[in-house]
Every structure is written in structure tokens, then in C-alpha cells.
Ligand binder design. Structure first.
Ligand SMILES: Cc1cc2nc3c(=O)[nH]c(=O)nc-3n(C[C@H](O)[C@H](O)[C@H](O)COP(=O)(O)O)c2cc1C
Length: 502
């Protein structure tokens, strides 16, 4: 079988397709030959190995320029990664690798992405119209392997925003050659069985112009910057990651104890411990940007200037969205002080909006009388979306010492017990604002996720559940997929706001 995609098995759906198609294979070969400059240093390699590990496959890096192509036949799964299609095609020809690839497609699973998806197709005509300058090997015969009888255009939406008249040129190509080009977005694919079948992203959602593969976003402060969870599964399983709240300067956070359990959840008063925005941009973002998931930078500060300076630093980065944290209950200055009056919300949002060139989402505090008023204020001040809810302020006391268990005395309460409150607040807010809502607070199962969408959320975040079950995202996605199939739901937007109040 052949699977063509844009950037590896970079979505829940593609991972599931590969799992079904790989049979009992135990080893995979990752062919890195399309990228002559990087080979195994290519940053995609780490992610691809991780995707295979998630499928239970051991990975060998394979270089056609250095190893006999016949050795590929030992592998049940072979993945050709992207790079320079001319170089890859030339190399396959020079090393007579075409036959081995044909046999793997017949007997096992052959995955080709980006440049390789084109090389497995009929010819390189399409890439020649967009990027002829890549033909540094001087190929004149642009006929490709023809193992796949479809022409794909990878990274479609991404390239539409990057290159002038990308769609127009594609249409002109189709007309000139009397053919159909499959426009593939990252995370999508075409499975040839051998007839082509599209692998789409039925759980895909759009929040303020940002397309997420699915609605599941890791909540700020419960996922760090993703590296630890990235050892458990590919982060591309998630629609996005909201990073730990970052500030203009590094912060040590509050003294311990900073967390404790509570019935139905937990209390935390971490106090925005983080390495500062410069460190985030230098050390964390480069890694995160290669994981095939959307990145939300959660921004906090002591004063409006701090927020503004921080978002300005993020403007030139690959962060997809900024989440303005004006709802942290655990710091003395900043945080929730901006988030508990409509005037405060409007003021800080307006100020930050002037400096923020990214889609701006304002995260609201539940520690208010009417959260929908705060959402309206954020919307009026130019927010593109709101996320709700942050933690509810709580307290626990040691009955022997009479001391609060949390050193900060109070902390933010999160976890399953929050769900009904969060649902009520999302529902009330959805009736007031036009901008999209990202719902969170206690979401732990796929059923909770469906409720959150029905209440009015376009996407959702999960936080505390990750501490008790780091694999919760996968379980929620499995459940959502089954639910959509059972109920005949084509797109999750059909569920958003679908609650039928009495
Ligand atoms: C340990 C911990 C740290 C958190 N840190 C942040 C943070 O830095 N910024 C933020 O906006 N929210 C932070 N939150 C709040 C969560 O993002 C989320 O709003 C809250 O926990 C409710 O969702 P949940 O019940 O799914 O955990 C934190 C929560 C926890 C438990």
C-alpha cells in the first residue's frame, strides 16, 4: 500500500491509517535521501522516529546513496521523507531503487511525503512549475516512478499564504495538462489501496483563522513546553499546545508546597514559574515548531508594559496564537488583577492588541460574577477569541498545624469537579460573543469534550487530567472519532453550540 502525505504521520488520522496498513511489521526504514544536506541530522528524523515508535516500530535510518536499495526489502514499512524531489528521483534512478520500492508498495506500506509524494507519482511537472531552481542535479527527464497515479500538492494551505497565486498556478497547471491535482494540507493524506482514498481531518477546527488538526489543546501550565510528553507520543496527536505562561523575564515562581490534591481535582499555586520569553524563543520554540502541532504562547505579566513587550518579541516567531493570561490567581501582581472587571479586561486587551500581530485569545477567570461580561469586554477590545476557564480560587488547611497546605495560602482549583461550572460559563458566554470560544475546565473524557463543544466551544483544552492520565488525548480522540461516526457528524463545527436548552 502507498500513503502520500505532506509532512509525515503528523496527525491522529494518519497515525491510525498507518497502524491499520502496516500489518505485523516490527521495523521501519526511514529513507533520508531526499535531503542531501542533512541526512540523519535532518530535524524531521527525530519526529518520524517518534511517530514510528508510537506505532510500535523500530526505525532504521536509510540512505540510498550509501546503502544497497535491496536492503529495503527487509522492512515492512518504508517512509521516504521530504526534501529535494529532483535529488531523490535522481538518486533512486542511479541506485536502481525503483524495483525495491515497487515491491514494498505491493507487499508492505510505502509512505512518501512532500518531495517523495511527488517522486512516487507520475512526474515532477508540478514541482517544476513552482520551484525549478531546486533542479540542481540538472534532470531533464521529469518522469517519476509512477507507483501512484495521483498528483498531490503538499502543504497546500501553508504554501497558499507563503507563495503568490499558489492556487491560481495550480489551476493553470490542471488546465494545461488536463489532470486533477490533490491539494494536501499538513496532517492529511491519500491512501492508495490501490484506488486513492483521501485521509482528511474530520475533527479539524478553525479558531480565529488558525486551523487545528483537531480540537484538543494541552492547557497552559500542565504540559510545560511539550518535551516531556513528547517522549510518550507524537505531539502531532494534539491540535495544539498552550505553553506554560511566559513573562518578559524569568520567574522562579512561588515557594513550595505549590500543589495539593482536593476532591475532584487539585490546587496549585505555581506562581508562573518560567524561563522568560527570550529563553522560550531561543530554547523551546525551535523544538516545538517541528512537532507538527499548533503553538499557543500563554503570556502573563506584572504590568501592561510587560505583556506588550512579551507579545512584541513573539511577533516575529512561528507561534500560531497568543493566549493572554489575565486570570492567574496565584501571583500578587498582574495576573487576575486585570481579569476581574470588564474595564480591566478591556484596558489590557486593547493595550496588548496594539502590539500583538498574532491572533489574540484572552483567557478569562471564573472568579467573577459574570464571565460573559468579561468576554464581551475582550471582544470589544479586539480579541480574536476567548478561552475559559482558568482555575477557581480555593484553599485547603492542614488540621494539625492549622496552616494552609499551599504556601501561598490559596491556590487555583482545577480538575474534573470544574466541568459543570466551565460548561455553564462557556454556554453563557457563547450567547453573548461572536468570537470563538476555547472551552476548558475539568475536561477529562471524550464525553466531556462533546459537552464542551455543545455548550458553545469551537475547541477545547485539557489540563489536570494529563497528570493522572498522560495518554488522555489519545483516548479522547478515539472516543470523538467513534462518536462522530455513530452520530453521522461530518464536522465538529456541527456540534459547537448545539445544546438545546429547555
Ligand atoms: C499546575 C498548573 C499550572 C497552571 N499554569 C497556568 C499558566 O501558566 N497559565 C494559564 O493560563 N493557566 C494555567 N493553569 C490553568 C490551566 O491552564 C487551566 O485553565 C485549568 O487548570 C482548568 O483546566 P483543567 O481542569 O483541565 O486543568 C495551570 C493549571 C495547573 C493545574
Amino acid at each position: 500500500m502507498i500513503l502520500l502525505c505532506s509532512n509525515g504521520l503528523s496527525s491522529y488520522e494518519l497515525l491510525q491509517e498507518a497502524k491499520k496498513a502496516m500489518g505485523g511489521a516490527g521495523r521501519a526504514a526511514l529513507v533520508v535521501t531526499a535531503d542531501p544536506e542533512y541526512k540523519e541530522k535532518n530535524y524531521h528524523v527525530e519526529r518520524c522516529c517518534q511517530e514510528f515508535a508510537y506505532l510500535g516500530l523500530e526505525t532504521d535510518i536509510f540512505d540510498l546513496d550509501a546503502q544497497p536499495a535491496g536492503q529495503l526489502l527487509q522492512y515492512g514499512v518504508v517512509e521516504l521523507i521530504g526534501g529535494n524531489p529532483y535529488y531523490l528521483l535522481d538518486s533512486i534512478r542511479r541506485h536502481n531503487a525503483g524495483d525495491a520500492l515497487r515491491r514494498i508498495a505491493g507487499e508492505g506500506l510505502l509512505i512518501g511525503w512532500s518531495a517523495a509524494a511527488m517522486v512516487l507519482g507520475p512526474d515532477l511537472g508540478l514541482v517544476d512549475q513552482y520551484s525549478p531552481e531546486m533542479n540542481r542535479v540538472g534532470l531533464t527527464d521529469l518522469r517519476a516512478l509512477g507507483l501512484a497515479q495521483v498528483r498531490v500538492l503538499p502543504h497546500y494551505s501553508r504554501f497558499c499564504t507563503r507563495f503568490e497565486d499558489f492556487e491560481g498556478r495550480c489551476r493553470a497547471y490542471e488546465q494545461r495538462h488536463g489532470c486533477k491535482v490533490i491539494r494536501l494540507n499538513d496532517g492529511e493524506g491519500v491512501m492508495l489501496e490501490p484506488e486513492p482514498r483521501m485521509v482528511r481531518l474530520p475533527m479539524g477546527v478553525n479558531v480565529a483563522g488558525v486551523a487545528f488538526h483537531n480540537p484538543l489543546i494541552a492547557a497552559s501550565g500542565t504540559f510545560g513546553f511539550g518535551r516531556e510528553y513528547g517522549q510518550l507520543y507524537p505531539l502531532s496527536l494534539l491540535g495544539g499546545v498552550s505553553c506554560k505562561g511566559i513573562t518578559i523575564k524569568e520567574r522562579p515562581g512561588n515557594p513550595p508546597p505549590r500543589v495539593t490534591e482536593a476532591p475532584g481535582g487539585m490546587l496549585n499555586a505555581v506562581g508562573l514559574q518560567n524561563p522568560g520569553v527570550d529563553h522560550f524563543i531561543r530554547e523551546d520554540l525551535p523544538w516545538l515548531s517541528k512537532q507538527g502541532t499548533r503553538i499557543i504562547a500563554n503570556v502573563a505579566g506584572n504590568a501592561p508594559e510587560d505583556y506588550c513587550q512579551t507579545v512584541e518579541k513573539l511577533n516575529g516567531t512561528c507561534v500560531d496564537m497568543v493566549e493572554l493570561n489575565i486570570s492567574c490567581p496565584n501571583v500578587k501582581q498582574g495576573g487576575v488583577q486585570f481579569g476581574t472587571t470588564a474595564q480591566g479586561v478591556e484596558g489590557i486587551t486593547k493595550e496588548v492588541r496594539k502590539h500583538c500581530q498574532k491572533p489574540l485569545m484572552v483567557k478569562l477567570s471564573p472568579n467573577v460574577t459574570d464571565i460573559s461580561e468579561m468576554a464581551l469586554a475582550a471582544e470589544a477590545a479586539g480579541a480574536d477569541a476567548v478561552s475559559l476557564i482558568n482555575t477557581l480560587t480555593g484553599m485547603r488547611i492542614d488540621i494539625r498545624t492549622h496552616r494552609p497546605i499551599i504556601r501561598n495560602n490559596t491556590g487555583g482549583f482545577s480538575g474534573p469537579a470544574l466541568l459543570p461550572i466551565a460548561l455553564r460559563m462557556v454556554w453563557q458566554t457563547a450567547q453573548k460573543v461572536k468570537i470563538p470560544i476555547v472551552g476548558l475546565g475539568g475536561v477529562s473524557t471524550w464525553q466531556d469534550a462533546v459537552e464542551m463543544l455543545l455548550a458553545g466551544a469551537t475547541a477545547l483544552q485539557i489540563g489536570t487530567v494529563l497528570f493522572t492520565d498522560p495518554y488522555a488525548p489519545q483516548k479522547i480522540l478515539e472516543g470523538l472519532t467513534r462518536f462522530m461516526e455513530e452520530q453521522g457528524v461530518q464536522s465538529l463545527s456541527q456540534l459547537t453550540g448545539g445544546v438545546r436548552p429547555w
